[in-house]
Ligand binder design. Structure first.
Ligand SMILES: [Zn+2]
Length: 179
């Protein structure tokens, strides 16, 4: 075992003073924006020795007194790539990261995840662990949206986006095709 807050493979301590100097820290609730270099997708990049590592991963490791390589995947609860507020971050597995995805997938037909038009009604269906769960047929799209959020909350454990109620605010699109 090495020293916590260390890159274990290289045994090079993370310069936490230099790191936090590049983070605009605010209140616990606020997003703490990374002030340094960013990746094309907006994630903060922290130079560590010769390597460049994602700033939010470093923030999470430092805040948890952990090794950098203990958390290959760190997820933003706030969906804000440059944010380095440890309260907005958590470790995830690849599967959880998929569940936490923001907004509907590209093949969606209604503008709300899991709601599709089926023979003139709105069908609610959620796929979880490769299995399809049927949530009912609804005349009203609004009712279907409520039902899909309820069903997803039942099935998923890491869908904070729904739990905050944000998902039901998705725009209502005109269905592009029926099944
Ligand atoms: Zn944030």
């Amino acid at each position: 075992m090495g020293v916590k807050g260390t890159d274990r493979r290289r045994m090079r301590p993370i310069d936490d003073e230099r790191f936090w100097a590049s983070v605009q820290q605010g209140s616990d609730d606020a997003c703490w924006s990374w002030q340094g270099a960013r990746s094309p997708k907006g994630y903060g990049k922290f130079r560590h020795g010769r390597a460049s590592v994602f700033a939010h991963r470093v923030a999470f490791a430092l805040a948890n007194g952990a090794f950098l390589d203990e958390f290959p995947q760190v997820d933003h609860l706030c969906h804000n790539p440059p944010c380095c507020n440890p309260a907005h971050l958590r470790r995830v597995t690849q599967k959880q990261n998929g569940e936490h995805r923001k907004g509907p997938p590209k093949n969606n037909t209604s503008g709300a995840m899991g709601v599709t038009l089926f023979r003139g009604q709105w069908r609610v269906r959620v796929v979880h662990h490769g299995r399809s769960h049927f949530g009912g047929l609804f005349d009203s799209f609004d009712e279907a949206k409520v039902a899909v959020v309820a069903l997803r909350n039942q099935l998923f454990t890491h869908n904070d986006h729904d739990r905050r109620g944000a998902d039901v605010e998705l725009e209502v699109g005109t269905p592009k095709n029926t099944e």
